[in-house]
Design a protein around this ligand. Structure first.
Ligand SMILES: Nc1ncnc2c1ncn2[C@@H]1O[C@H](COP(=O)(O)OP(=O)(O)OP(=O)(O)O)[C@@H](O)[C@H]1O
Length: 271
């Protein structure tokens, strides 16, 4: 088998239906085709509630598709793999553990000896600028610092796949831009394949190699846009470039239509 041509992630006609409390079937994702190449940064945008998180859940192996295939490194995904890292909107940190202990937790869980785990955790804390904070507890940190802990705790495990669901949406605008830059720096050194779900079109263009626009729910891929902005990028700078604005307009004309459809449906349902 030629493993060089196996994408990191591939969804083929993947659909997911949930049983609602009233017993009806609700299709969240339908006939989803998506390829994420190794080392690629893919952002997924779509109207609220369309099925973005569900798509991520399928890739993570937390849920199985109702039909179709979800392949990771060419194999059907089964459960959460050891090489998959997650960053969500909520900080996935243990509140009762110090910063250092939080970042050591993943390597320890994976059987890394304590001294080595501590050393690796310290390296990553230094990289995210939190070396002086290793003895603090999460509640003694700002939102941005907690997010840095979450990033360090994820990257310390050397993930091949990084699944991110609106990781920065709870942060203020400036912190968000800083965190995006930091994420790009960390990612560019690791070669991880990233799927980054966001509501924010600007954020998606600034970060990604490819932006996937989802339809109004049930989600399927509407269009995929290659982002030809050079790297390295600084998000506050790149968004001022004429090419950025051009790409933004192009994608918004696709995404905006789905957002309108979703809004109109909401208005009808509320009526
Ligand atoms: N476990 C579940 N059981 C039943 N319905 C679900 C379940 N998970 C999600 N859904 C429904 O599937 C649809 C898609 O949800 P999902 O969270 O994937 O959307 P989203 O695009 O990520 O939303 P948002 O942009 O608001 O975060 C929604 O209508 C949601 O109510």
């Amino acid at each position: 088998m030629n493993s060089h041509h196996v994408p990191a992630i591939e969804l083929r006609g993947a659909s997911k239906a949930f049983r609602t409390p009233s017993g009806a079937l609700h299709t969240a994702v339908r006939d989803l085709d998506l390829v994420v190449e190794r080392g690629e940064f893919v952002a997924v945008v779509g109207p609220t509630g369309c099925g973005k998180s569900t798509s991520l859940t399928l890739i993570s192996g937390l849920e199985e598709p109702t039909s179709g295939d979800v392949l990771v490194a060419g194999e059907p995904v089964r459960g959460i793999g050891d090489r998959t890292g997650f960053v969500f909107q909520q900080d996935a940190v243990f509140p009762w553990r110090t910063v250092l202990s939080n970042v050591m937790a993943g390597p320890r869980f994976r059987g890394v000896p304590k001294d080595r785990a501590r050393e690796r955790a310290r390296e990553w804390l230094a990289r995210v600028g939190l070396a002086a904070f290793e003895d603090r507890y999460p509640h003694q940190l700002s939102g941005g610092q907690r997010k840095r802990v979450a990033l360090a705790a994820t990257f310390v495990n050397d993930p091949e796949l990084l699944l991110m669901d609106e990781p920065f949406s709870a942060l203020d605008v400036q912190t968000r831009a800083l965190m995006s830059d930091e994420l790009l720096d960390l990612w560019s050194d690791t070669g991880a394949s990233v799927v980054f779900v966001t509501h924010d079109l600007e954020e998606s263009i600034a970060l990604a190699d490819k932006v996937v626009v989802m339809t109004a729910g049930p989600a399927t891929v509407k269009e995929v846009f290659a982002i030809d902005l050079p790297r390295p990028r600084r998000v506050e700078e790149v968004r001022l470039e004429p090419r950025f604005v051009e790409i933004y307009r192009e994608i918004w004309s696709s995404l905006g239509e789905e957002v309108r459809i979703t809004r109109e449906r909401g208005a009808t349902h509320a009526a």
